[in-house]
Design a protein around this ligand. Sequence first.
Ligand code: COA
Length: 334
Amino acid sequence: MASDTSAAILGTGSYVPERRLTNADLEKTLNTSDEWITTRTGIKERRIAADGEVTSDMCLKAAQLALKDAGLTPEALDLIIIATLTPDQPMPSTGCILQQKLGLGEKGVPGFDLNAACSGYLYALSCAKAHIESGMAKTVLVVGAEALSRIVDYQDRGTCILFGDGAGAAVVGLPREGRPAHRIKSVHLWADGRGGEQLIIPAGGARQPASHASVDERLHYVRVNGREVFRFGVTKMVEMIQRQMAEHDLKAEDIGLIVPHQANIRILDSATERLGLPPELFFTNLEQYGNTSGASVPLALDEAARQGRIPQGKAVLLLGFGAGLTWASALLEW
Ligand code: COA
């Protein structure tokens, strides 16, 4: 049972758009094949936001479900944090847009965005935990959401096969009598800016503002050094799991589920093999959604919970890694 002074996840929710982009669809426009994509990544299809559907719309749907799961209404919130690299626009923040969509404008509830790419949800979870445990906030909405289809180059077969859209949310607060609460025991964040070029959208910011030339050169799209990022992902997954297990004296049988960032099945397989952990401890849904960056971990956590994949009382490990380079882990008591 969670203690009264530790922040806990009180409810989760997620949303994915209806439209599917399958490997067969990509075969029609690119020099690629279902066989190549499946064996190299494990991904079969991704969801794509509808025309006019933006990140804050997906945030709203995931947030409403998380609030319902927690048995709370938006009025309970006193902080909103959105982890995204695809905000509705550079300003105002998607946090403020979501705040208004939740009907909290008049109340003045603060909302902001945070960009730690695929580690973003865990960075946001650490902020929520710190706000709650310091007494600065009581109930925090954390959302990881992305409309990556808007920043992916569908002419680049090396990247567009990887990414999809979606959102996942958690309501974080202190445990309440008679309600489920999943204590956030620890969150660790890391970054190494030296690897910034490995995973980058070169233009559209202060360094290379939008111009005819930047658009012509397709610099507003995601660029990935696949091999480097692959190696980085495996190394950091292994390090983070080993560290959390050592720090909390966990054996494999104490872990209910590991919910990793859903980047590539081969990254997960390599890490699992190096660690000697049973593959069934790792939750995956990348086959259906691809890499949804900031949405990846909360979407997977919510699906795992809904599918009854997380045994009560066991440890749950959340793991993220991505642009920055950033990486992060969290340990929950389910
Ligand atoms: N279909 C067919 N061939 C493709 C292809 C596709 N969709 N994408 C790339 N190729 C080709 C390349 O052009 C290359 O051809 P060449 O040898 O003639 O030059 C060949 O396949 C091998 O490319 P490579 O990039 O070495 O493949 P890989 O095994 O490293 O797989 C990724 C590429 C992107 C799938 C893999 O590196 C990866 O998943 N990396 C991690 C990326 C990621 O997850 N980033 C986000 C993390 S947060």
